[in-house]
Design a protein around this ligand. Sequence first.
Ligand SMILES: Nc1ncnc2c1ncn2[C@@H]1O[C@H](COP(=O)(O)OP(=O)(O)OP(=O)(O)O)[C@@H](O)[C@H]1O
Length: 376
Amino acid sequence: MSTGLAADVQSERGGFRLSASLDVPAGSVLAVVGPNASGKSTLLQLLAGLLTPQQGTVRLSGRVLTDVARGIQVPPEHRGIGLLGQDPLLFPHLSVLENVAFGPRSAGAGRAQARRTALHWLDRVGLDGLGARRPGTLSGGQAQRVALARALAARPDVLLLDEPLAALDAETAPVLRQVLAEQLRTTGTTAVVVSHDVLDAALLADQVAVLHEGAVVEHGPVTEVLDAPATRFTAALVGVALVPGVVRAGGVHTAWGGWPVSAIGAAPDQIPDGGPCVVRVRPAAVTVAPAGENAEAGVEGMVKWLEPAAGGVRVRLAAKSADLAVPGVEPGGKGPDAGTDLLADIDPARVDPSWLAPGARVRVRLDPQRLALRRS
Ligand SMILES: Nc1ncnc2c1ncn2[C@@H]1O[C@H](COP(=O)(O)OP(=O)(O)OP(=O)(O)O)[C@@H](O)[C@H]1O
């Protein structure tokens, strides 16, 4: 049966407070994304019934699973909720096949039927032929795949997945992401997927909730939230910079340069003259060159650090000099991506430590056509 999950919970454990309200409509997938220690696993434990909140309720299709005020806490095994945690927790004394057949058997399937179901799921996760092995003989990634097959084979009303692809290598993760996406879609399973990879949210989920320090800071359809992050936390997760600026006399002024409002690709209708604004800058809008090159174009910035990125190197840039500051513009809020830092992607062929290294001064140019503007 397809079901919907609704929770409104407040929890405190070891000095960490979580307060979250979410609604996962029947048959839809919610991605919960956020940095380390933001409370993602805690939230799943509260939904699964492994943890009791200090206050709040959890309901599944109108059935009360948790209601602190009424003293109701349905135990995990009676919730109709399957949890695949970061630790695969396979039964060590059972074979791989028996592990996967466990759910169907518990749900009343006969031995032969449960075996067929288990073989099907082992095949789907690319582990056919390993059914007779014991979990102790598997690699970490293989064990994670068995755990995924076991979770899928049990066909719970709601599936909670905590970083289901984290232990998998770069070749296996996309294959299993696809298996998972297909399974969730074709069975209409209601699911909550925790990840700090926004790709999981983009490919698996309908809705996304962004957690930061135990609070939901953004919640909405995946395409909207990831395309136009409203908070710096979400922007940091999707690799977009939110640069503060001010609109004056039809122009936008930021620490990274100024442009006529009309030149900006996606501009809102009305920002009053003198009004603060936020310019959304994707890495693709940023060009970086050695400091001496094209001195007339762009502004100077400083390389903070470099990291590998898909198809190149991602650079974090700081607007270092004081003369880049825009008078009257608040330099930025709090958080991991506060301030005027930019991200840029550089083709690996152009990466040369003689000009591109932490601390180096570089020339930075933004393409106004690729920027988006909104009120602050
Ligand atoms: N059993 C526990 N007892 C006390 N505090 C805990 C316990 N488990 C987690 N915490 C704390 O709760 C906070 C949130 O942890 P949680 O595991 O929910 O975060 P997360 O977003 O899932 O992180 P990660 O991405 O690193 O898995 C952290 O500060 C953590 O130290």
